[in-house]
Design a protein. Structure first.
Length: 131
């Protein structure tokens, strides 16, 4: 005697995954501002679809100045670059993240987009030509 086929299991509904287009820049800005609340000011540059992160923490600012002059190991900088690169990959596609120089608001220290480091002032020989 054949056993009856098992009853099909009820289909679980899969949660809807938000597409990149549904995550607004305002929401991403809010998340970044919360993440960097004590260490940096975060603004959104709509014209360039870029989030600008400007350090405000005195220790962060001092570390950047020391790295720019070669008076500090690049290990910490490289760790920061890796962290920011990972973070940029978690944002919606097509948005850039700029790490700004706190000593010169017009100078970009690093640029990331879609999880890729595009520019790094400490490790690149060339100046950044964007903005």
């Amino acid at each position: 005697k054949e056993k009856p086929a098992p009853a099909p299991k009820p289909k679980e509904e899969e949660p809807e995954v938000a597409t990149d287009d549904l995550i607004s820049p305002e929401f991403m800005l809010e998340i970044l501002q919360q993440s960097y609340a004590t260490t940096a000011e975060v603004t959104y540059d709509e014209a360039n679809k870029a989030f600008k992160i400007t350090p405000v923490d005195p220790d962060f600012i001092k570390a950047i100045a020391l790295m720019e002059t070669g008076k500090m190991s690049k290990d910490e900088w490289d760790t920061l670059m890796n962290s920011m690169q990972d973070m940029s990959g978690s944002l919606s596609t097509g948005y850039a993240v700029y790490l700004m120089n706190p000593a010169n608001a017009d100078k970009v220290l690093a640029v990331f987009m879609d999880g890729v480091k595009i520019y790094d002032a400490i490790n690149d020989e060339r100046p950044f030509e964007g903005l």
